[in-house]
Design a protein around this ligand. Structure first.
Ligand code: TRP
Length: 339
């Protein structure tokens, strides 16, 4: 079978649950915005249908959806260049997910570590949607024939499953219709860790607010959180090798590197030999300098929710120009009758 050529297209999604924090900014928002400048068509989705796989208060969900949209734009996303929208406005995501529910096997879902972690001990009581979550995610990606998907390390297993679903669909129906998507993991984007524990990811669900820098923290809060961040008693090393086995030191240096645009060696050339007492205020100043314009811009955008909704609805319209023909063709392949 000849390999179909697919247009280079990036797709990624962010859940509208919890507060946006520095980890989302460096690991997703900023990174997604940077890809907008490369030779890709870029499609970014606020995955509200995924969010409700665990309980969401409806008013909060609306608010968080608009916040993520504002966060994207405040981070530099150009809604004319990229397609930005919330998932529920493009019904083809859920429609293709149903087809994939009939392609994917129960055993595949049972192996998903995110399901096991999120469902916890009481898996019998988790929603059916949480179990089927990866099938909807595969649909998000494949309903665009996306070729590149930037995600964090923790989403790797979901991307492998997306490839399995595409391959099984192509095989079962004897077609070469869905691309085998490439994960784009990491790259220049650091994995931002908790400020209280360098072995844990920075997360909006961490019980301690001191573990993260939220995009809506003010300058005082940012400075305080960095001042209190866990460290070790040693001075900073002059070379990257000296950060091994020092997860907290490494995290702060990486954050500095990502915010400044210097690589880790460049940062250490500047700050090697300094104590944390001297480095932390530098990091706090840099974080405030880079994040406060984003916070200000997010607040400005959020003051006009109608404008945010208009942007998402325009994005959804453009998204459907891609998804509707792909879903129609999928239905034909599967044998659904329709004009
Ligand atoms: N599961 C992803 C996360 O929790 C969010 C997501 C949903 C996603 N659909 C996607 C990411 C499609 C990439 C592509 O981070």
């Amino acid at each position: 079978m000849t390999q179909t050529q697919f247009t280079p297209r990036v797709f990624s999604g962010i859940q509208p649950s919890g507060n946006l924090h520095l980890g989302n900014y460096l690991g997703a928002l900023k990174r997604f915005v940077d890809m907008q400048e490369e030779d890709f068509e870029t499609v970014y989705c606020i995955v509200d249908l995924h969010a409700i796989t665990v309980w969401q208060d409806p008013e909060q969900l609306r608010q968080k959806t608009r916040e993520v949209c504002a966060g994207f734009i405040a981070s530099g996303l150009d809604p004319a260049k990229s397609i930005l929208f919330n998932q529920s406005q493009v019904p083809e995501h859920a429609q293709l997910a149903w087809i994939f529910n009939c392609v994917a096997r129960i055993g595949w879902m049972q192996r998903m570590t995110q399901f096991k972690d999120k469902a916890g001990k009481n898996a019998e009581n988790a929603s059916l949607g949480l179990f089927a979550y990866p099938s909807l995610m595969a649909s998000d990606i494949l309903v665009y024939h996306a070729t590149h998907v930037p995600v964090g390390e923790d989403q790797k297993q979901h991307l492998e499953l997306t490839r399995d679903i595409a391959a099984k669909f192509n095989h079962d129906y004897g077609v070469d219709f869905f691309p085998i998507t490439e994960p784009v993991i990491g790259g220049a984007a650091p994995r931002v860790m908790s400020l209280r524990d360098g072995s844990k990811k920075m997360s909006s669900s961490d019980a301690s607010d001191m573990s993260r820098i939220n995009l809506n923290d003010d300058a005082d809060a940012i400075a305080k959180k960095i001042r209190k961040a866990k460290t070790d008693p040693e001075a900073l090393p002059s070379e990257a090798a000296g950060l091994e086995d020092r997860p907290e030191a490494r995290n702060l240096v990486r954050i500095y590197s990502a915010l400044s645009g210097l690589d880790v060696d460049g940062v250490l050339a500047e700050v090697g030999g300094k104590q944390f007492g001297a480095f932390k205020p530098m990091l706090a100043d840099l974080a405030v300098e880079k994040l406060s314009p984003i916070t200000t811009e997010m607040d400005r955008l959020l003051a006009d929710p109608a404008e945010i909704d208009r942007i998402m609805s325009d994005g959804a319209k453009r998204a459907r120009e891609i998804t509707a023909p792909i879903l129609r063709r999928t239905y034909e392949i599967v044998g659904m009758v329709g004009a």
